[in-house]
Unconditional design. Structure first.
Length: 346
């Protein structure tokens, strides 16, 4: 049994971590961190935990926390962890960061896209990008995990098999993505009010979304070439879920069957990636509340382009579920422990 602390436990990703860890047989939650709700009962913030969690929210004291727990989850805004993380914390506890502070290896790129100075660039090289299906062995040996973003997770998993093989022209790659409103966080924002979101769909952060360089970097590693990306996210009126539709020109001569077989081959041992049969397109409702990513592709011989599709829950596999999956790898637990969740329908 290990002890875990959560900084930012009262955000959407933070409370999802609580939900998952309460069902994990190897973990005890010892610290519910929240600046906003310090000294208030956690269950008074999220009533679904009534009679399940009796603890009171505590302040964000990472050095004290590191002395009391084995793993720290930080579900905090960009810049927070980079400003407080130090060697003492990393020597005493594993850290899994759900923000973008250590995902992007180039400091200048991070500072440009996020508009803030990075306070601990010396730790970026050490951090392991926590996309478990790609970096499993490196994750097992890490002290600091950069938990991937939601759009990058779904995009990378949907494209990886063809990018690795060099079967698509990466310069032609276009990613169109849709997300539920929980992806914008729990803070009060006019654009996320019910009347602003309901009965509407809109593109946002067109050509400027902060996940763009993260996706480009990961696909560049996989393909072995610089990837210039057109990435357009959209907000849709649902609570949870991400749907990615990516397009690229096929290089060389590859049949539809050959393209699809690449996915079966690469993901046959991956419990949390489900390659769908036939031409069935992924749907967000079939992954809601779970750690699964559903993927399928379709080859359009008329245009010689392949359409790569993925669906996942942005709070689970896109945040908290992936963080728990990383924790399981770090501590040698069954990778599925605490995550064998049947998707919720309806």
């Amino acid at each position: 049994m290990i002890k875990a602390g959560i900084i930012g436990s009262t955000g959407y990703a933070g409370q999802e971590l609580v939900r998952l860890l309460l069902g994990h047989k190897e973990v005890e939650i010892a610290w519910y961190g929240s600046r906003t709700y310090e000294d208030q009962k956690f269950a008074s913030v999220f009533g679904n935990f009534t009679k399940l969690v009796e603890d009171v929210c505590q302040a964000d004291d990472l050095e004290k926390l590191a002395s009391e727990v084995d793993v720290i989850f930080t579900a905090t805004p960009q810049g927070y962890l980079a400003g407080v993380l130090n060697e003492f914390i990393l020597k005493n506890a594993k850290v899994i960061d759900l923000s973008a502070d250590y995902r992007i290896k180039d400091v200048a790129t991070y500072e440009k896209w996020y508009g803030i100075e990075h306070k601990s660039p010396e730790l970026i090289k050490e951090a392991v990008y926590g996309l478990c299906e790609i970096n499993r062995e490196d994750i097992k040996k890490a002290r600091l995990i950069a938990n991937p973003g939601c759009y990058p997770t779904c995009s990378t998993l949907s494209i990886a098999p063809l990018a690795v093989r060099g079967w698509i022209d990466m310069s032609t790659l276009i990613i169109d993505a849709k997300s539920g409103t929980s992806g914008a966080g729990r803070g009060a924002k006019v654009q996320n009010l019910y009347c602003e979101v309901n009965e509407n769909i809109k593109a946002y952060a067109v050509s400027t979304h902060r996940h763009t360089p993260e996706i480009e970097e990961q696909l560049s590693y996989l393909s072995g070439e610089v990837v210039p990306l057109n990435f357009t996210p959209h907000l849709v009126p649902m609570n949870r879920g991400i749907l990615v539709t990516a397009y690229a020109t096929v290089k060389g001569k590859h049949s539809a069957e050959e393209l699809k077989q690449a996915y079966y081959d690469d993901y046959k041992e991956e419990y949390f990636v489900r390659v769908l049969d036939g031409t069935t397109p992924p749907e967000t409702r079939w992954v809601e509340g779970s750690n699964f990513t559903d993927i399928n592709i379709q080859y359009d011989s008329r245009t010689n382009r392949v359409i790569m599709m993925g669906a996942m829950d942005n709070i689970t596999k896109g945040a908290a579920g992936q963080a728990v999956q990383n924790m399981n790898l770090l501590f040698g637990f069954d990778e599925k422990e605490g995550l064998q969740l049947v998707p919720m329908v309806p």
